[in-house]
Ligand binder design. Sequence first.
Ligand code: NI
Length: 222
Amino acid sequence: MSFKTRPVWFIPVVAISLALLAAAVMVGAALLRGPAPVDPNAPPAPAPVRSSGEAQVGGPFTLVNHRGETVTDADFAGRPMLIYFGFTYCPDVCPASLQVMAAALDQLTPETRAQFQPILITVDPERDTPELLAQYVTAPAFPENLTGLTGTLDQVRNAARAYRVFFARVDDDGLSSDYTVDHSSIIYLMDREGRFVEIFPHGSAPSVIAARLQAFLETSPA
Ligand code: NI
C-alpha cells in the first residue's frame, strides 16, 4: 500500500509489534543460554557465618592429679594452662613434646614462666596411675611444676572429647600389659578462665611458642 493510504494507527502498531518481538527474542535467547556463567573474576560470595571455634575446644573436666587428688578445671582458674595429652609409656613423641614445652618456658623470665600451669593429661589412665605420673612429671627435662592428670577412662575420655583430642589404644599382641596409644600431639594454650587461646602443633619450635606465650601475657596480664 502506498504511504497515502496508511491509516494513522499504522506506525504505532508496527512499532509496538517490533518492540514485543524484540523482547520475545531476548527472553528466548536468555532461556536458551541457561543460567549465567560464573565470572571467575567476580568477588567470592560471602562465607556462611561460622563461630570462631573458641567455645568448641576445652571445657570443664574432672580428673585426678599426680598427688591422688580429684581436681577440676576450676582448680586452675586464674592461671593460663599449657595442656598436652599423652602418656608415660610413650617412647618418643610425648617426651619430645614435653621437652619442647620445657624449652619454650625456659626462654621466658622466671616470673613470666611461673604464670603458666603446664599440664599433662594421660590418654592411658589404665597404666598411668597417680603414682606413676608423680615420678614422670618430675623428670628434669620436663617443665617445672608439670602437673600430671589421670582418672577413670570415662573422665579421661570426657576431657579428651572437650579438647577434640584423638586417642586410641593399639594392642600389638593382645597382651594387656604391652600396648601403645595413638594420639594427637598438640599443646593447647588456655587463658586464665580456661578458654581456648591457641594450639601449638607437633613440631612447633620452642622459640615460636615462647614468643606466643609472651605475646599472650601482654594482652592478658595477671
Ligand atoms: Ni605420645
